[in-house]
Design a protein around this ligand. Structure first.
Ligand SMILES: NC(=O)c1ccc[n+]([C@@H]2O[C@H](COP(=O)([O-])OP(=O)(O)OC[C@H]3O[C@@H](n4cnc5c(N)ncnc54)[C@H](OP(=O)(O)O)[C@@H]3O)[C@@H](O)[C@H]2O)c1
Length: 311
């Protein structure tokens, strides 16, 4: 159980998920939170990470540091995705163990599950089929992280858990044109339609792929909730249990950000569609008493306001 003065290290505190964990921890009154910039500690540097963890000796670690990107960067920079993610998690998980850290949350992603997975996706479907080609390097790295946590729990009796969130959005997301996930990319496209007075929205692919999205505050709540909970399983899905097509999300974001405008949706079929459907089964998380609170339209508006502030 985390106490208000427990020493908590948040790795990746500047990112979408890490910054939300930091915000939530502060809101809840936790006082002894440690963060360090990439400039001061590159998490790919094993020696430095081991030394740092031995020096600060945290009691709890949230691993939200990773190389993350959308379909374009995942398929074009596979070497970076597999090397960076394997290094970061290897250094932090082994470093945590060597420093006596008993409790750790590692963030994975729903793309660890097979491309043609039975839906909704249960935790036990991991490694039951072939991965989606566009992000297999990233997924393999994340699966290695899951197996590391499981193996350390079995061999060393640690309490290292892996949360598998579905597509996440919120403040501090990445809006880079080539690098972002579909949801922030849609928010940015709709914004540009608004300011440039355009009349079409072009989607990558045919718009039919189905996705589940979750607001990042729910992910942060889940991280703290499961850090404070004993669970038998080390892998737990985090989602809302509902999905829509990319086209439906485009319509919802258009209606929320620029209501009363008639925008035509077009499709760029030269771009990949990705996995046809990704809906997580959230029955395990629910069994332990966790559930998302997200209200989609409110969360989109909140995110859009923070996007405008950062411009
Ligand atoms: N975004 C999603 O939709 C989503 C969905 C499911 C799961 N997740 C998981 O959640 C975790 C965090 O994702 P995110 O979306 O929050 O990513 P993000 O916004 O890109 O943030 C990544 C964080 O990691 C840090 N980082 C990356 N490489 C580093 C290095 N070599 N040394 C030190 N710090 C480094 C970044 O620091 P800088 O600020 O210095 O770059 C940043 O703080 C990932 O494990 C991801 O798989 C994300």
């Amino acid at each position: 159980m985390i106490k208000l003065n427990s020493k908590i290290y948040v790795a990746g505190h500047t990112g979408l998920v890490g910054s939300a964990i930091l915000r939530k921890l502060r809101q809840k009154g936790y006082k002894n939170i440690i963060t360090i910039s990439r400039k001061k500690l590159n998490l790919k540097d094993q020696n430095k990470v081991f030394k740092y963890l031995k020096k600060i000796k945290p009691e709890f670690i949230f691993i939200a540091a990773a190389k993350v990107g959308g379909i374009y960067s995942n398929s074009n920079y596979k070497a970076d995705f597999i090397y960076d993610n394997l290094s970061i998690q290897l250094n932090l998980i082994q470093g945590a163990y060597m420093s006596g850290v008993q409790n750790l949350i590692f963030l994975g992603s729903s793309c660890v599950y097979p491309r043609m997975c039975k839906q909704p996706i249960k935790e036990k479907y991991l490694l039951s089929g072939k991965l989606e080609k566009t992000n297999d390097a990233y997924a393999i790295a994340k699966i290695a992280g899951i197996k590391m946590c499981e193996s350390y729990n079995i061999q060393y009796g640690t309490n290292y858990r892996c949360l598998m969130p579905t597509n996440t959005f919120g403040p501090n997301d990445n809006y880079n044109d080539l690098n972002s996930h579909f949801f922030p990319a849609l928010i940015k496209k709709v914004h540009q339609i608004n300011i440039k007075k355009l009349s079409n929205l072009t989607l990558w692919g045919n718009g039919k792929s189905r996705r589940e999205v979750i607001f990042v505050d729910d992910i942060a709540e889940a991280c703290i909730f499961f850090m404070n909970k004993k669970t038998k399983e080390s892998l737990i899905n985090i989602g809302t249990g509902k999905d829509f097509s990319i086209k439906q999300y485009a319509q919802i974001i258009l209606k929320t950000i620029i209501p009363n405008k008639n925008i035509k949706i077009k499709y760029d079929l030269s771009k990949p569609n990705g996995t046809p459907r990704k809906l997580l089964s959230i029955s395990l998380a629910k069994k332990y008493g966790w559930q998302a609170k997200m209200k989609l339209k409110e969360s989109i508006l909140f995110t859009y306001k923070s996007f405008l502030k950062k411009k």
